[in-house]
Design a protein around this ligand. Structure first.
Ligand code: NAD
Length: 479
């Protein structure tokens, strides 16, 4: 018997109004492992109505940062206590190695709640004594009902990255997880009830995007903010839908991260991080360092070491602690990545190592010989495929790295501090990592330029999106 996971609406776990369900497939076994409520526009409307009521009449927006923070911290405790269950849910839904889901994503989910609870409680706002005899100050008031629409690649971690700041700043939320990874969101909703969150504050509705729950949320006039992470094309559809009600959107979209390795880099560091940058989560990472530009003097040595390290990775059952590379998240996604692999030789490239694996698996794959215009060099593959190209000068590296419609992140490896700052300033990206990758300070802005998104989240950037900043200007009587 597969376990059932419902929607969380108005403080209770419920079935769809229609009674419909769908199943989640474990991509390693190809077997159904969970049954989930399949929502539609009626369920989305029910959840938005509950969130609206909780915002307009309930205690949550009125209880203050300290009281909300205590509940959010209790939720963080419960997430940690349920680390095995939550980690295994994401691993079974999408094949993410358990060392990454339980070892990284679950602690990060708890940290998201703790960080934003503290951030809201400790935040300061401007007080502006004016020389006209007035005094201005800023209030950050909750925006209202937030629709959070999430992708499947870091299910729990990215859902909480949206939900935590929205809740900490006093909003109520309707979360729509990706249809491929629904289970951890229901567990999160159950834990929120257990933590004492009032009914209607965190709702979870399962379903698809177009003509389903996702679209309904983006068109609902009772939704005050839409925060979305997913593909750039979906981001465009959501921006169009949101325009109907002039609903503000925050869009964290796709990427094609450039990773520039200069000849003066520490090669051990560069190889270690370049492996993580492209093969973590089997390459299904918006930030993946999928385009490697390596200075010609060290090109052969780098490719050799990079290949050896890729071949040493443990591929297999994502439920095993030692596994580093699991299957791709679904059969549909596997077919997409296979299409890219098949394009490599047609476009003149060489697969140095990797290629298709067993089942829906793709091995850590390194490709050389492709030009900047090849599909694998330009498009987001969202799989474990690194395209490596040589470059000659610093100016060439900057030009090649910036030659993309995306601009989520870039990495560079050098031991020259002047070059590190100079090149970081010239790379067109929301985040630049120097001699590392994936390290995050939750106070820092996170988001992308170009096709990688609109807006930034993190720290004060999340506050600005999830609140209505208000200026209060007072006249002070002359004494
Ligand atoms: P996706 O765009 O297919 O789906 C994301 C979510 O949007 C899902 O919940 C889906 O049901 C919903 N959706 C789809 N169409 C919709 C519509 N018309 N209206 C409302 N909702 C709709 O993305 P995905 O395949 O789940 O995730 C992979 C993509 O996400 C990649 O492009 C990746 O780069 C990107 N991503 C970006 C970041 C970031 O922070 N910038 C992080 C992770 C993933």
């Amino acid at each position: 018997m597969t376990e059932f996971f419902g929607h969380i609406i108005d403080g209770a776990e419920v079935k769809s109004a229609s009674g419909a369900t769908f199943t989640s497939i474990d991509p390693y076994t190809g077997q159904q492992w969970a049954e989930i409520a399949l929502g539609d526009a009626a369920d989305a409307a029910r959840a938005v109505a509950a969130a609206r009521r909780a915002f307009d009449e309930g205690p949550w927006p009125r209880m203050g940062y300290g009281a909300r923070g205590r509940i959010l911290n209790r939720l963080a405790d419960l997430i940690e206590a349920h680390a095995d269950e939550l980690g295994m849910a994401d691993t079974r839904d999408m094949g993410k190695p358990i060392s990454q889901s339980r070892g990284n994503d679950v602690p990060r989910a708890a940290a998201n709640f703790r960080f934003f609870a503290d951030h809201a409680r400790l935040a300061t706002a401007d007080a502006l004594p004016m020389d006209t005899g007035h005094h201005a100050y800023t209030r950050f008031e909750p925006a209202g009902v937030v629709a959070a629409i999430a992708p499947w690649n870091f299910p729990l971690m990215l859902e909480t990255w949206k939900v935590a700041p929205a809740l900490a700043w006093g909003n109520t939320v309707v979360l729509k997880p990706a249809e491929d990874t629904p289970v951890s969101a229901t567990i999160l909703g159950r834990l929120a009830i257990e933590a004492g969150m009032p009914p209607g504050v965190l709702n979870v509705v399962h379903g698809y995007g177009p003509d389903s729950v996702g679209q309904a949320l983006t068109e609902d006039p009772d939704v005050d903010r839409i925060t979305f992470t997913g593909e750039s094309g979906t981001g465009r559809a959501i921006a169009r839908a949101a325009a109907g009600n002039l609903t503000p959107v925050s869009l964290e979209l796709g990427g094609k991260g450039a990773n520039v390795v200069f000849a003066d880099a520490d090669l051990d560091t560069a190889v270690e991080w370049s492996i993580k940058a492209i093969f973590t989560n089997t390459g299904q990472v918006c930030l993946a360092g999928s385009r490697l530009y390596v200075q010609r003097d060290i090109y052969d040595e780098f490719v050799g070491r990079f290949t050896t390290a890729a071949q040493a990775m443990v591929v297999g059952d994502p439920k095993q602690e030692a596994t580093q590379i699991g299957p791709l998240a679904s059969e549909e996604h596997y077919r997409k990545v296979r299409g890219y692999i098949e394009s490599i030789e047609t476009e003149g490239g060489t697969i140095v190592t990797g290629g298709l694996g067993e089942g829906w698996g793709v091995l850590p794959t390194i490709v050389t010989g492709l030009g900047q215009q090849a599909r694998c060099s330009r498009e987001e593959i969202f799989g474990p495929v690194a395209v490596v190209m040589p470059f000659d000068t610093e100016a060439d590296a900057i030009r090649l790295a910036n030659d993309t419609r995306y601009g989520l992140n870039a990495m560079l490896f050098t031991e020259n501090v002047h070059r590190a700052h100079r090149v970081s300033a010239k790379l067109r990206a929301g985040t630049v990592w120097v001699n590392c990758f994936f390290i995050r300070d939750l106070r820092a802005p996170f988001g992308g330029v170009g096709d990688s998104g609109i807006g930034r989240e993190g720290g004060n950037f999340s506050r600005e999106f999830f609140t209505e900043p208000k200026a209060v200007v007072m006249q002070i009587q002359a004494g």
